[in-house]
Write a protein that binds this ligand. Sequence first.
Ligand code: PGA
Length: 257
Amino acid sequence: NTKEDPDLRKPIIAGNWKMNMTNTEAKKLIGEIIPLVKGADVEVVVCPNLTCLAAAVELTRGTGISVGAQNMHWEPKGAFTGETSVAMLKDIGVTHVIIGHSERRAYFAETDETVNKKVLVALENGLTPIVCVGESLGQREAGKAADVVSHQTAAALKNVPAGKADRVVMAYEPIWAIGTGKTATAQDANEINTVVRETLAWLFGSEIADRVRIQYGGSMNAKNADELMAQPNVDGGLIGGASLKAADFSKIVLFGK
Ligand code: PGA
């Protein structure tokens, strides 16, 4: 249990800014976040739009804050208009990449298969993938949440070498909770995060599974973060709306304080 042994899994709080913030606005927001999260004993990641990544890397240098992209392509280069390669991200100092967010699955034809290709490429190239899984409202109401999430987890991590599996960050994001103001109860979040960990144990063994950070995401905010983060299998948060305000995001980063 990480709450007894915090060294096992350092909590990771990531802001998913989605398609918000111009470069000018992003620089201002990062400038506001930096002093507020100083000294936090969690890993802090900001994931602005592609056009802000280079500036974000420069601004956060030496602050302990990492910068993540919201997506990337699996091919190393070539005729893929509008896409971004892993080398392009690495070259500017990006260290994390969100993969398989439900919005990308729903609107941009992301599938378990493309998610898996991207995860493998991220790991091969030393980027930390933040891999999103989560059920729809219909799937939850049909009692299939655990099955769906377990299946998505196994599909996303197919062929991941056990030696690299503990570098993956998982994010359980029930689709019905994203951007809706409806948060999973802390118990529900912990229950499905536990399913994710059990799936990881089945894939890689429990010793590795115990080292993987599993975030919760979906209307996580400054008010509910303490309770969610207190759950034994919630090791962080992937924050959308609340990550766009420095005061709210920093309160989440400083959860429990
Ligand atoms: P939300 O988004 O916090 O606005 O619900 C979370 C996410 O989609 O990562």
